[in-house]
Design a protein around this ligand. Structure first.
Ligand code: SAH
Ligand code: SF4
Length: 386
């Protein structure tokens, strides 16, 4: 199905330079770009009419030229005391998820509760990892840079009771993880543009070191990312410590086997001098053998990487299960005894992946069911008419 193109560009996809250029074309002075960006990213106001230091003419131009509301909040779901999920609807009806996690995460031993925002980069995913809800329905489209940025603004607006104090505290999320729906490095240019906007002093002014990009292992793009000036953090979804096991659950491993992936990861950590994270979902009977733990320990030691063990979260319609707790602990012990830094996150609400694509899948399934019921009803109604 061809997606309708957005009628207007999204304001949140503009950089300071690109916005200045458009303003110049419209005969506006360059300093207006900074004023507009201040409204959007510092005051968090996206309604052109509220931008009171802009002339009425320019406010009207903004509203006519740009899409200022590219993501409509359709559902907020609090699945536990620590996790909020936002379901956002885009201009073409596509649904994406953004997740807010209030918990000690990714930083071990932190006493303060940290707030992490998990963003999506694509509608669906083309990589078809066997265990993942996002891959189930395939890839629909890439998100535009402005749609990626809009997710963060949606979170800010959600929590902004519109008081000055709250506005000051708005940027109070501690981490951004690009671990929602989609494969971020398969939408490289839009992702980088979005993160540039997030990082810029005229944008959200959010440090690159507090942004983690998770990839299923696109080796060439990992090399490309290593060469970027901004030092993002990298997480790699390993989920199998040998080609044999990994290829069973991650088709990408056939394209980029470990012999290609691991050197790319090494190049990244050498360049940025920072520990990368290896994500390892534990799936009973698939990758939880002790030989896997030992092979994983060797890889992690070699890369000087941190290992994040995540007991698998059941996805409706998929047969996979997490191993029992004794097995999880024994697996983690092997890593610890090999001197590897590893965390095992068992609490359901705490791990981001619990949200990965699942809310969207449920809503799309419910919509499809409703549509099917409608069709059945109208067929029934026709039938009765005969
Ligand atoms: N495409 C990227 C980022 C999105 S997935 C990637 O694959 O890394 C974010 C993380 O959630 C990945 O580590 C992914 O393997 C994991 N994940 C997906 N489904 C999961 C599930 N049901 N339970 C636990 N983790 C899951
Ligand atoms: Fe796509 Fe990541 Fe899910 Fe694999 S785990 S299907 S790459 S979102």
């Amino acid at each position: 199905m061809a997606e309708p193109a957005p009628s207007r560009p999204i304001l949140f996809g503009e950089t300071h330079d690109s916005l200045s250029t458009r303003l110049a074309e419209a005969g506006e002075p360059a300093f207006r770009a900074r004023q507009i960006l201040d409204w959007v990213y510092k005051k968090r106001v996206a309604d052109a009419n509220a931008m009171s230091n802009l002339p009425a003419r320019l406010r009207a131009w903004l509203g006519e030229t740009y899409d200022l509301a590219p993501a409509r909040l359709v559902l907020t779901k609090t699945s536990s005391d620590v996790t909020d999920k936002l379901l956002l609807e885009l201009h073409d009806g596509a649904l994406i998820e953004t997740v807010v996690i209030r918990a000690p995460m990714l930083g071990v031993g932190s006493e303060r509760s940290r707030k992490t925002i998990c963003i999506s980069t694509q509608v669906g995913c083309a990589y078809g990892c066997r265990f993942c809800a996002s891959g189930l329905a395939g890839w629909k489209r890439d998100l535009a840079a402005g749609e990626i940025v809009a997710q963060l603004l949606a979170v800010c607006r959600l929590e902004d009771p519109r008081t000055e104090r709250a506005r000051e505290e708005l940027a109070s999320f501690d981490n951004i993880v690009v671990m929602g729906m989609g494969e971020p490095l398969a939408n490289y240019d839009n992702l980088l543009r979005a993160l540039t906007i997030v990082n810029a002093d005229w944008g959200l002014h959010f440090g690159a070191r507090r942004i983690t990009i998770s990839t299923s292992g696109l080796a060439p793009q990992i090399h490309q990312l290593a060469a970027e000036p901004l030092g993002f953090r990298l997480a790699v979804s390993l989920h199998g410590a040998t080609d044999e096991v990994r290829a069973q659950i991650m088709p990408i491993n056939r394209k980029y086997p470990l012999a290609e992936l691991l050197p790319a990861v090494r190049a990244f950590s050498d360049k940025h001098g920072r520990m990368i994270t290896l994500e390892f979902i534990l799936i009973a009977g698939v990758n939880d053998a002790f030989e896997q733990a030992r092979a994983l320990a060797a890889i992690a030691r070699d890369l000087h990487a941190h290992v994040n063990l995540i007991p698998y979260n059941t996805v409706e319609g998929l047969p996979w299960r997490r191993p029992d707790e004794a097995r999880q602990d024994a697996f983690a012990d092997i890593l610890h005894r090999a001197g590897v830094s590893a965390t095992l996150r068992r609490e359901k609400g705490h791990d981001i992946a619990a949200a990965c694509g699942q809310l969207r899948l449920q809503t799309e399934t419910a919509r499809a069911d409703a549509k099917a019921r409608q069709i059945t009803q109208s067929v029934g109604a026709k039938g009765e008419g005969h």
